[in-house]
Design a protein around this ligand. Sequence first.
Ligand SMILES: C[S@@+](CC[C@H](N)C(=O)[O-])C[C@H]1O[C@@H](n2cnc3c(N)ncnc32)[C@H](O)[C@@H]1O
Length: 280
Amino acid sequence: MSPTAPRDMPREPWRDVDACVLEATRAIPTMLSEAEQRLYHWLAARWYTGAGVIVELGCFAGGSTARLAEGLRLSGRDGHIHAFDRFRVNEAGKRQHLYPAGIPAFEGEDLLPLARCLLAPWQKRISLHPGRIESQSWSGGAIELLVMDASKTTATADRFAGMFFPSLIPGRSLVVQQDYLHWKQPWVAAQMELMADAFRPVAHAPHHTVVFCCEAPVDAAMLARGRVSGLSEAELTTLLRRARKRLRALGVAREVVPLIRASRANPGVGQASEMARPAS
Ligand SMILES: C[S@@+](CC[C@H](N)C(=O)[O-])C[C@H]1O[C@@H](n2cnc3c(N)ncnc32)[C@H](O)[C@@H]1O
């Protein structure tokens, strides 16, 4: 199948992916919903052309990376995935995400050996970048697909935009914001709103993923305008109201309401782990 131009992209491309293609990656634990897994597969198998690399921020044990890599393999195209994570997991994380998925118990907090082992079938297509993403740099050239699941603070959201957005290809690249509709990280939606001149929402997959097409270069001025660190609660709420309006195009405007409630209930909080769930 020929690659689809962003303008022609279906609003819910994952509906075109048969669930049986996920069987090859089923054993690898992931926090993605089934729809999100099908979206990742579609993006790598049917949309990605190789005009730039795929970069993934926050891959945990490699579950989301595997769904991308399997899509890439089935496409028959060359391409490479750069997956960044600190690759650390505590006992609670193991009990919540790894052991229920059938991973045998292991000692210590290092997740890298497990991720390497789980991703072995696709290893020639994947480079793992362990460590804090904000302490690294990107000089790997153009990025055609940027998958983001690590903007857990306003500071890292700003830092990751500065590190990776300038490498996007205007008119071609997609940014997948896996946490866009998660109430614990309302600054992700605010960031994309502040940079609305460069990013247009093009697709959604439940639970929380919204995909953006990059339509203009992201330069230093755009990055300065897009900063979410230090936004007041009123500024954040105004931006989220704008996001709600813009997401009508994808039929998910109502899903922004919990973000607005969370932002109001947590003035000045810029860290997902410190966000308190608002009373409903
Ligand atoms: C929600 S998990 C990712 C789940 C994965 N995308 C999946 O669905 O299978 C978020 C990941 O981001 C990583 N992360 C968050 N902030 C980070 C940072 N500043 N540097 C490196 N990794 C980070 C965490 O270690 C964690 O593995």
